[in-house]
Design a protein around this ligand. Structure first.
Ligand code: MRU
Length: 355
């Protein structure tokens, strides 16, 4: 696959984490510098950096920068306390995607396992770990793309929801990875993209990424998928994930559940694509997943010159949970997991691949 620059990276003196501000896309490609804990928190909270794997990678670089520049360097105990304060703060920015706490916990493990070393060396080890988290994600997305391609072979018309492309990860993406790889291999694909109300990640980001790769794209409103399925225009659904529970229940962008129910009704295969860093065996079922609720103005007024509703209550859950019965397969870097997911997902964490 063609390489492209990472979306999350350090500036030259490691005083900031740099990102492409995803809230400005597709109209402006703006690079944003994040130096303070507050800037880093807001970058995640306001979806300037978004997508489960990208949030994890950003948080790893962010906590490294804060450890280097904002933590006491005189005693290990004080360094550790400062580190933990920043860690909890970043971790509280968004609750649903497990990659955030997963990456921050990996960074804390580095601090703990090097406690007898100098603080200078602990900070060096944190830099190495953050880069490793990103490098692993690149490799995982590449393998997910190759595994997803096996499913795509006889399918031409795919529908996707939200954005699970390069912007949401390190390089290749998860749900969009196989589509980009297929295009590079000369396959003739067509992708329907749900606009993804209310924050329009599909309309703003997925169309932008697929179009850049020369893939034939049709943007639709979220409520049009049923009609297209009824007309026989969809061969498969490919979506990303924010947290996969041990039984295969999957949290992803609000609207994923409706798409899965429709696909099930029309007997269209529904695939979830994600790296093992998004699988959370500690969470037994989807009922335990905390769903982020966002500001209701995102529904009432965000994209309009004037509010498009009177000031009534609006409910704005950012994610929903798709029951594992509705999922035909979970495509990971280790292979494709099928039901029963308790078994196939736990095998992911064994030494050998599932397939
Ligand atoms: O609120 P967002 O835009 O962060 O939600 C993102 C999604 O739901 C993605 O599908 C998921 O994180 C997978 S990204 C590879």
């Amino acid at each position: 696959m063609k390489q492209r620059p990472n979306n999350v990276y350090l500036n030259s003196d490691h005083s900031a984490v740099m990102i492409i501000d995803q809230t400005q896309l597709p109209n402006r490609e703006v690079i944003l510098e994040n130096k303070t804990p507050e800037e880093m928190f807001v970058a995640i909270k306001d979806l300037k950096v978004r997508g489960a794997p990208a949030i994890g990678i950003f948080a790893a670089f962010a906590i490294y920068v804060l450890a280097k520049n904002n933590c006491n360097q005189d005693s290990y105990q004080e360094f550790y306390e400062d580190f933990m304060r920043h860690k909890s703060y970043l971790d509280s920015s968004r609750p649903t995607a497990v990659n955030l706490s997963w990456a921050l916990n990996r960074m804390e493990d580095v601090v703990l396992s090097n406690s007898s070393d100098s603080i200078t060396n602990i900070i060096k080890a944190l830099e190495v770990e953050a880069k490793e988290i990103q490098a692993e994600d690149i490799a995982m997305c590449k393998s997910i793309s190759e595994n997803g391609l096996l499913i795509l072979k006889d399918k031409k018309n795919i529908i996707t929801h939200c954005n699970a492309g390069p912007l949401a990860t390190s390089l290749y993406g998860t749900a969009l990875g196989p589509l980009i790889l297929a295009k590079e291999k000369g396959m003739d694909l067509h992708v329907y993209v749900d606009e993804t109300r209310p924050l329009l990640q599909g309309a703003r980001l997925t169309t932008y990424e697929l179009d850049k790769h020369g893939i034939d794209v049709t943007l639709i409103c979220d409520n049009m998928a049923g009609m297209l399925m009824n007309q026989g225009k969809i061969d498969a659904c490919f979506v990303g994930c924010d947290r996969v529970a041990a039984n295969g229940d999957t949290a992803n962008k609000i609207g994923t559940l409706s798409l899965a129910i429709l696909a099930n009704h029309y007997d269209i295969p529904f695939y979830v694509l994600g790296p093992s860093s998004t699988i959370d065996l500690e969470t037994k079922t989807g009922d335990e997943i905390v769903i982020e609720e966002r500001n209701s103005e995102e529904i009432r007024s965000k994209w309009y010159k004037e509010p498009m509703a009177p000031p009534v209550n609006a409910y704005n859950p950012a994610f929903d949970v798709t029951d594992h019965h509705l999922i035909n397969g979970i495509i990971t870097e280790k292979g494709i997991c099928y039901s029963p997911y308790e078994e196939s997902l736990s095998k992911i964490f064994d030494e050998n691949d599932v397939d």
